[in-house]
Write a protein of this length. Structure first.
Length: 135
């Protein structure tokens, strides 16, 4: 595989990563809307709260998996560039900088800290809307 091919695959994967980001934002937005409607509906009961909470947690789990997949897309490109270099092929200074920026060639099982913070804060908002007492 040549460096150009690695960059082409990485660029194609960025399109998928962008769609994942949009899907995650829309899912979290929908979860927050459901949480708000659950809170404001006078007919809300325990079952409704449990289902709304479960939906929000499923969406946040979806985000966790997607954010981890996106991180591993970057890592896979860095690994392939590193392998290319170790096989004696000269790589560009851009590739060198990219490898340095990514910082690892080992797959991860967790999103980046900013992704985790997004998930935690979104979870607090969703579950807080559903379960916090009304004043």
């Amino acid at each position: 595989m040549e460096e150009f091919q690695i960059w082409s695959i990485w660029s194609s994967n960025r399109i998928g990563s962008s769609l994942i980001g949009i899907g995650s934002i829309l899912g979290v937005w929908l979860s927050m809307r459901i949480a708000m409607n659950t809170r404001n509906n006078p007919e809300t009961n325990l079952f409704t709260k449990l289902v709304s909470s479960a939906f929000g947690l499923v969406i946040l789990s979806f985000c966790w998996i997607n954010f981890t997949t996106v991180a591993n897309t970057w890592i896979a490109a860095a690994r392939n560039l590193t392998n290319l270099k170790s096989n004696g092929t000269e790589i560009s200074s851009t590739a060198e900088g990219y490898i340095s920026y990514v910082g690892t060639t080992e797959a991860v099982t967790n999103p980046m800290p900013l992704g985790i913070a997004f998930i935690v804060v979104s979870g607090i908002i969703i579950l807080g809307q559903i379960w916090m007492p009304k004043k």
